[in-house]
Design a protein around this ligand. Structure first.
Ligand SMILES: Nc1ncnc2c1ncn2[C@@H]1O[C@H](COP(=O)(O)OP(=O)(O)OP(=O)(O)O)[C@@H](O)[C@H]1O
Ligand SMILES: [Mg+2]
Length: 210
């Protein structure tokens, strides 16, 4: 993933082009191509083990490497503080501060382990960050309530074919996608009562009220 350098409103903040992710010879995902628009909440969806976290840590590692190289510490990514000199530690501290780039936020299952109310408060905070700080937020989550509440856009990564199946607003995908995997994911395996009203981004939870 490459953070886009442009400051234009319509320009993507993150652009992914023909990305293949692998651990050694084992390809996790291939041919991923999508844009994340500036100032939106973007969800990475998909079943367990399909590579969502890998897509997210790959981005974190890339950003960390970039900041480290900016302070002259390229290649020292895997060194412990005790293995580098005092001066290098100071520069690593600088890189750490620079890494706290509030412009983009990456969250991997942020509400895991939270009770439903806390989870909803976290969703509100995410939307607040997007709206007040104009933060671009990329979130990995399985929680349908969160997905339908906070998402502007999303991708679905498929573990079987090891590539993305669709990109789009989850409500639109639910209403319009003919893909049974997307439908099953967004309805918890096909429960009609879980359907969310299409086109509604006001925070109405599937099968419930706002
Ligand atoms: N460090 C690693 N070395 C080798 N294989 C790994 C490593 N980390 C993850 N994998 C494998 O890569 C695949 C994708 O893992 P990843 O953690 O990205 O999945 P995920 O979509 O985040 O899953 P979950 O929803 O369970 O969190 C899995 O098959 C996993 O076993
Ligand atoms: Mg994960």
């Amino acid at each position: 993933m490459t953070p886009s350098a442009s400051s234009g409103e319509a320009e993507p903040r993150i652009r992914v082009v023909d990305l293949t992710m692998a651990y050694g010879d084992f390809v996790i995902q291939h041919d991923l191509t999508f844009d994340v628009t500036r100032g939106e909440v973007f969800i990475i969806m998909g079943g367990s083990g399909c590579g969502k976290s890998t897509l997210l840590p790959s981005q974190i590692r890339e950003l960390a490497s970039l900041k480290l190289s900016l302070v002259g510490l390229g290649g020292f990514e895997d060194f412990y503080p005790s293995e580098i000199s005092g001066g290098m530690q100071k520069r690593a501290g600088l890189a750490r501060a620079m890494a706290l780039d509030p412009d983009i936020l990456f969250l991997d299952e942020p509400s895991a382990g939270l009770d439903p109310v806390s989870s909803r408060l976290l969703d509100d905070l995410i939307l607040q960050l997007r709206d007040s700080l104009k933060c671009t937020v990329v979130v990995v989550t399985h929680e349908l309530a969160s997905i339908f509440t906070i998402a502007d856009d999303s991708v679905y990564l498929d573990a079987e074919t090891r590539t993305m199946l669709v990109q789009g607003n989850p409500r639109t995908l639910l209403a319009e996608s003919k893909n049974p995997k997307i439908h099953a994911f967004l309805t918890r395996g096909g429960q009609e009562s879980e359907r969310a009203p299409a086109g509604n981004r006001s925070g109405v939870l599937p099968g419930g009220t706002a």
